[in-house]
Design a protein around this ligand. Structure first.
Ligand SMILES: Nc1ncnc2c1ncn2[C@@H]1O[C@H](COP(=O)(O)OP(=O)(O)OP(=O)(O)O)[C@@H](O)[C@H]1O
Ligand SMILES: [Mg+2]
Length: 154
């Protein structure tokens, strides 16, 4: 797949079916154990594995629920596959859309989700809300492409 292609754009605009395969996602964060003024603990690090080998497969039209206790990593998983995870930790694993592997910089363009504590503007319709959100997150797309994506979603 070339860097310039938009695999997700093509899929959602022509309305054809699409498969997403998430393979062995692991995410580990590492932090210093103490503050900078305590030299001994500052140079020690602890690591914590938040996601370990998470894999799933789904096709368009399917609904999937991710269940787990509070703190089990549901939001971290969604953040990882939608390119929202920072550079703080180490993210491993692969994501395929219709069998093509995505590069990490393509995650953001292909996946979005409604945040746990999302703020909706109460005076916008559903279509207006989706258009407004798409305009913020899909800045490289034309108005027409956004209009099509919103129609497919509605
Ligand atoms: N960047 C990070 N640095 C350190 N710990 C982190 C980081 N990101 C997530 N965590 C920890 O990973 C765990 C998983 O958090 P996450 O928010 O994904 O859980 P969740 O399943 O979405 O929980 P909830 O049901 O409460 O929303 C938590 O213990 C959280 O503190
Ligand atoms: Mg959460």
């Amino acid at each position: 797949m070339d860097g310039g292609e938009d695999p997700c754009g093509e899929i959602s605009e022509n309305g054809s079916s699409c498969s997403i395969s998430v393979h062995s996602i692991s995410y580990t964060v590492s932090e210093r154990t103490g503050p900078w003024w305590d030299v001994q603990s500052y140079y020690k690090k602890w690591t914590r594995q938040i996601l370990r080998d998470v894999s799933f497969y789904m096709e368009s039209g399917q609904i999937m629920a991710i269940l787990g206790n509070s703190g089990s990593g549901k939001t971290t998983l969604l953040d990882a596959i939608s390119g929202r995870i920072g550079h703080k930790g180490t993210l491993l694993g692969e994501i395929y859309v219709n069998g093509s592997q995505l590069k990490k910089e393509q995650f953001k363009d292909c996946f979005s989700y409604v945040l746990q504590h999302d703020n909706l503007l109460p005076y916008l319709t559903v279509r207006e809300t989706l258009t407004y959100t798409a305009m913020l997150s899909l800045q490289r797309h034309s108005k027409e492409a956004i209009r099509k994506k919103v129609s497919v979603t509605v």
